[in-house]
Design a protein around this ligand. Structure first.
Ligand SMILES: Nc1ncnc2c1ncn2[C@@H]1O[C@H](COP(=O)(O)OP(=O)(O)OP(=O)(O)O)[C@@H](O)[C@H]1O
Ligand SMILES: [Mg+2]
Length: 231
């Protein structure tokens, strides 16, 4: 099967298993709610049958229909409550982003940068804070202007990590020069507006190629895309 077929099946399996568990939980909840409603009704009917002899038949009927209706309303309210609770998990996840520390806005902006597109890595090392493990160890290489290079390595070797340092997504040690400018001196917004990457995971986006090839969706002048062609 093709890569996309396998990937689609894997995601479908994940979705189905999560959906099945959610469905089972809902059914179990509805079953126990029905059971408690029936017990509630039995108690009311039992009371009229065995402990109260004075109540008129019409009142008994009214009490039973009202009790049955009340049980359904309570059941519906509890269902809605549990739905709200589970939906609030999404809100909680979105709120987590508001607690993240904002990236620095310091740094310079240059006129007409990058001009040639020469990249120079000098003793670059990268450690992810979450693992404390050095994934890039003193990497040095140079890419000349208009040169096309391929970086080959097994999965987890650090290819994407190299690209992430170019965008300063993480704090790295060492120096990275693009057209002889150390990118740490540039403002993050400026740097990311002027470099583009095409990641390995395909994602369908809405909008134009022009908007999507700039990480901050800026209105980069159209002349930059004059040579853009699809092969
Ligand atoms: N955000 C992260 N936090 C912690 N560790 C990470 C993070 N991203 C990557 N790693 C780890 O860094 C190492 C290098 O990963 P990286 O994604 O750069 O490899 P890769 O060469 O691009 O792999 P692939 O070919 O699968 O894309 C791996 O061991 C990975 O587990
Ligand atoms: Mg990768």
């Amino acid at each position: 099967m093709s890569y996309y077929g396998t990937s689609c099946c894997r995601h479908q399996d994940l979705f189905t298993s999560a959906n099945y568990i959610s469905l089972c939980a809902k059914r179990a909840f509805a079953f126990y709610m029905d059971l408690s409603s029936v017990i509630f009704l039995i108690i009311i009917v039992g009371r009229f049958l065995f402990f109260d002899v004075d109540t008129a038949a019409g009142d008994v009927g009214l009490a039973i229909t009202q009790a049955a209706g009340l049980a359904m309303i309570v059941q519906f309210a509890l269902m809605q409550w549990s739905e709200t609770e589970s939906n609030m998990t999404s809100v909680e996840r979105a709120l987590e982003y508001t607690y993240l520390r904002q990236e620095t806005k310091e740094g310079i902006k240059l006129e007409d940068w990058p001009k040639k597109g020469e990249i120079n890595y000098v003793n670059v090392s990268l450690t992810y804070r979450s693992t404390n493990e050095k994934v890039l160890k003193n990497i040095s290489f140079a890419v000349k202007s208009k040169q096309k290079i391929g970086i080959v390595g097994r999965t987890g070797a650090g290819k994407s990590s190299i690209i992430s340092t170019l965008f300063r997504l993480y704090n790295y040690e060492g120096q990275i020069f693009v057209d002889d400018v150390e990118i740490k001196t540039l403002s993050l917004e400026f740097l990311r507006q002027h470099i583009s990457i095409i990641p390995q995971d395909p994602i369908m986006f809405q909008g134009t190629i022009r908007k999507r090839t700039s990480i901050l969706y800026s209105n980069t002048p159209m002349k930059r895309y004059g040579k853009l062609s699809i092969k």
